[in-house]
Design a protein around this ligand. Structure first.
Ligand code: SAH
Ligand code: DHB
Ligand code: MG
Length: 221
């Protein structure tokens, strides 16, 4: 049991439940051609994001970490061309690739990419007292997860769902002695969230084409 089996099972599940789609395939292909890292969510995880946002009836979605727009497209599809998705991305090139992919998906009228350090963009939204989001997906640099979480809660209302990617990192999250700053930041975020009375949440380990990782999900009270 291991990566080979996880990949086989993902291929089986995806072939049944997540039919391949030209727009999403081209999103990954153009991202690869542009030299972007292949650290997008897996297809079945992308569809989970769409289903979570859809079942929540989200109308305002915030994403932190756009890359080539793969998860953005999944999430934006839950909006059925109504509402808005704001996605924050540091890299000009990533934002450019994502913009093309999102337009090809016919989602340019609902998606807005904000280029720059996400911490700055989030703080500006808090200062402007922007309307709260219904659904937030945190998936950018792991070192900033504690701050992303805090700012996300500030941009939430009662009932907002916050999903956080990559919280297990091949099990490293349980290693209190880890020297990896990303692991330590994820641990700090989880500890912060666990003590925060404004939210209730859980975290789940996952295996699949993307290896062994996991996600956390919170609801703002
Ligand atoms: N959500 C995407 C993957 C995101 S990968 C998907 O599943 O398809 C993480 C992204 O966060 C990268 O594009 C990276 O450039 C971006 N990023 C890294 N540091 C950032 C920062 N400080 N502010 C905003 N984005 C950042
Ligand atoms: C990394 C980042 C991600 O968002 C992800 O899903 C997988 C890996 C990374 O930085 O290594
Ligand atoms: Mg991720």
């Amino acid at each position: 049991m291991g990566q080979e089996q996880w990949t086989d099972v993902d291929a089986y599940l995806v072939s049944l439940l997540v039919p391949s789609d030209r727009v999403l395939e081209e999103t990954l292909a153009s991202s690869a051609r542009a030299g972007l890292p292949a650290i997008n969510v897996a297809p079945n995880q992308g569809k989970l994001l769409e289903l979570l946002a859809r079942s929540h009836g989200a109308r305002r979605i915030l994403e932190i970490g756009t890359l080539g727009g793969y998860s953005t497209i999944w999430l934006a599809r839950s909006l059925d061309r109504e509402g808005v998705l704001i996605s924050l991305e540091l890299e000009e090139l990533h934002a450019r690739v994502a913009t093309i992919n999102i337009a090809a998906a016919g989602l340019d009228s609902v998606v807005r990419i904000v280029v720059g350090p996400a911490l700055d963009s989030l703080r500006a939204m808090v200062e402007r007292a922007d309307e709260p989001f219904d659904f937030i997906f945190i998936d950018a640099d792991k070192e900033s997860y504690p701050e992303y979480f805090e700012l996300s809660v500030a941009l939430s209302r009662r009932g907002t769902v916050i999903v956080v990617d990559n919280v297990v990192r091949e099990g490293a999250v349980a290693d209190a002695a880890s020297l990896d700053p990303r692991v330590n930041a994820v641990r700090r975020f989880l500890e912060l969230a666990s003590r925060d009375d404004r939210v209730t949440g859980t975290a789940v380990q996952t295996v699949g084409t993307k290896g062994y990782d996991g996600f956390a999900l919170f609801i703002v009270r």
